[in-house]
Design a protein around this ligand. Structure first.
Ligand code: ATP
Ligand code: MG
Length: 408
C-alpha cells in the first residue's frame, strides 16, 4: 500500500468523546472511525488487522475439523421465544426492529437459537453427529456502557463456534480440543503469556464454564490467580466455597484487571431441549443432542492487542496481526527511488510512505501506526549502499547492506 494513494490519514486529535486509549490510538492512526459510542467503522488498515486475527482463528478451528458458515444477523423471534430469550426482561441488550409488512425482528446479539433451529433441518440420526460449525459475525448489543473503545462495541465482530454431539463424552473430548486450539490462537495472536483460561460460572455439567482473560490494567474484569498461575478464577466464582473444592484459600491468590477475550461453555441440553433438537440413536430411540458453544471477541481482541503493546509514541503490533510487516520511508530523491524499487512486488508486506512530507512527520506516523519494522532509505544510507532497519518494539536500529537485505 502506498500512503499517497490511500484516503486514510493520521489525525492529530482523537474524537473528543473517546476516552479509551485503544479507541483514541486506533482513530488517530487511521484504523477506525468512530460513528457513536460503541459503534465504529473499520478503515483499510483496521480491516487488515481483523482479517489477520480471523485467519489465525480460522486456521486453528479448521485444524480441529470445524466448518465455517455465515448466519443471518436479522432474527426470527420464534426460536428465541422458545427459549425465553426474546424477552427484554430476560435479555436486556436486544436491538429490535420491524418488518415493513408487520412483525418484530431482532438483531442477533449471539446465535445459539438460530443455530440450533437450523440444525433441526440437518440432524436427525446419530449418523449426522457430531457437527462443529462456526462463523465470524457482527453481533448487536445495546450495551449500557460503551466506554472501552472497540473492546466493548454495540456492534462488534465475534467468532462463535457451536458443537453438537451424541454423548457427554464426545462433548468433553471436543471441548478439550477447543481448549487446545484456543491456546494456540492466543499464542499466535501474541497474547499467549498474558491470557489465562479461568474458571467462571455458568457451566451446566460441572459448575464451571471457562473464560479466556488477558491481563490488562484497563480491563473491565477482575481475575484472581495463584502463585504459578495454574489456578485462575473470575470474580463471580472467587469465593470460599469454590476455593475449598480446589484445596485453596483466598490468601493464595493475587488480583489483576483483565479483559475477557473468549469463553467456552458446555451447554448440554440448555438450547437443544427447548428447541427440540433430537436425533435417533442406534436402537431407534429419540435423544436430545448435547451441545457446546465457544466464543472469541475478534474486534475486542484487536482492541486488547492495541492496549497491551502500545507505548507513548503509538501502536505496536505483533507481527502476526500487523497490517504490514514494514513501514518504508524514502528520504530525498535517490532514497525515494531506491525505496520504490524495494516496494515493487512487495505490496502486501510494505506500507510505503511515499508522501511528499518531512522525514520527521513520516517517522512520527511510522511510530503511531505501529508496523513491526521501519525501513529508511536516504542519501545517507545509500552512501553506504545500505538501508536502516528499526524494530518498533525495542527501538533498535541497524544498517543493512541493500544486497544483503531480504524481505521475509
Ligand atoms: P462481557 O462480560 O465482556 O460483556 P459476555 O459474557 O457478554 O462478555 P459473550 O456473550 O460470551 O460475552 O460473547 C463472547 C465473546 O465476545 C466475549 O468473550 C468477548 O470477547 C466478546 N464480547 C462480548 N461482548 C462484547 C462487546 N460488547 N464488544 C466487543 N466484544 C464483546
Ligand atoms: Mg456482555
Amino acid at each position: 500500500m502506498r500512503l499517497s494513494k490511500t484516503f486514510i490519514k493520521t489525525l492529530r486529535e482523537a474524537p473528543k468523546d473517546e476516552i479509551a486509549r485503544n479507541g483514541a490510538l486506533l482513530s488517530r492512526a487511521g484504523y477506525i472511525h468512530k460513528e457513536l459510542a460503541g459503534i465504529y467503522d473499520y478503515l483499510p488498515l483496521g480491516v487488515l488487522v481483523l482479517e489477520k486475527i480471523k485467519h489465525i482463528i480460522r486456521e486453528e478451528l479448521n485444524a480441529i475439523d470445524c466448518e465455517e458458515v455465515q448466519m443471518s444477523a436479522l432474527q426470527n423471534p420464534e426460536p428465541w421465544e422458545a427459549t425465553g430469550r426474546f424477552s427484554d426482561q430476560e435479555v436486556d441488550i436486544w436491538f429490535k426492529t420491524e418488518l415493513a409488512s408487520g412483525g418484530l425482528l431482532g438483531l442477533a446479539p449471539t446465535h445459539e437459537e438460530p443455530m440450533v433451529n437450523m440444525m433441526k433441518t440437518y440432524v436427525s440420526s446419530y449418523k449426522d453427529l457430531p457437527v462443529y460449525v462456526y462463523q465470524f459475525q457482527t453481533k448487536f448489543r445495546n450495551e449500557l456502557r460503551a466506554k472501552s473503545g472497540i473492546m466493548r462495541g454495540r456492534e462488534f465482530l465475534m467468532k462463535d463456534l457451536y458443537s453438537f454431539h451424541t454423548s457427554e463424552k464426545d462433548l468433553d473430548d471436543f471441548y478439550s480440543k477447543v481448549e487446545g486450539a484456543y491456546a494456540k490462537i492466543f499464542e499466535r495472536l501474541g497474547l499467549g503469556d498474558s491470557t489465562y483460561e479461568t474458571f467462571a460460572s455458568g457451566g451446566i455439567f460441572s459448575k464451571f464454564s471457562h473464560e479466556y482473560q488477558t491481563i490488562l490494567p484497563v480491563g473491565e474484569d477482575t481475575i484472581y490467580y495463584n502463585k504459578d498461575k495454574s489456578l485462575v478464577f473470575n470474580k463471580e466464582v472467587f469465593n470460599d466455597e469454590v476455593l475449598a473444592e480446589f484445596g485453596a484459600t483466598k490468601s493464595d491468590f493475587e488480583e489483576a484487571k483483565a479483559a475477557e477475550v473468549g469463553n467456552i461453555f458446555k451447554l448440554k441440553f440448555k438450547y437443544s431441549e427447548p428447541l427440540g433438537l433430537k436425533y435417533t440413536d442406534e436402537s431407534n430411540q429419540a435423544q436430545v443432542v448435547y451441545m457446546g458453544c465457544y466464543g472469541i471477541g475478534v474486534s475486542r481482541v484487536m482492541g486488547v492487542i492495541a492496549e497491551r503493546f502500545a507505548d507513548d509514541k503509538g501502536l505496536v503490533w505483533p507481527e502476526a496481526v500487523a497490517p504490514f510487516k514494514y513501514y518504508l520511508v524514502g528520504i530525498g530523491e535517490k532514497g525515494m527511488d531506491a525505496a520504490a524499487k524495494l516496494y515493487t512486488g512487495h505490496e502486501n508486506e510494505i506500507l510505503f510512505d511515499d508522501r511528499n512530507a518531512r522525514p520527521g512527520e513520516k517517522f512520527a506516523d511510522a511510530d503511531l501506526m505501529g508496523m513491526p519494522y521501519r525501513i529508511v532509505i536516504s542519501d545517507k544510507t545509500l552512501d553506504q549502499d545500505a538501508l536502516e532497519l528499526t524494530d518498533r518494539k525495542t527501538g533498535e536500529s541497524k544498517l543493512i547492506k541493500l544486497v544483503d537485505f531480504r524481505l521475509d
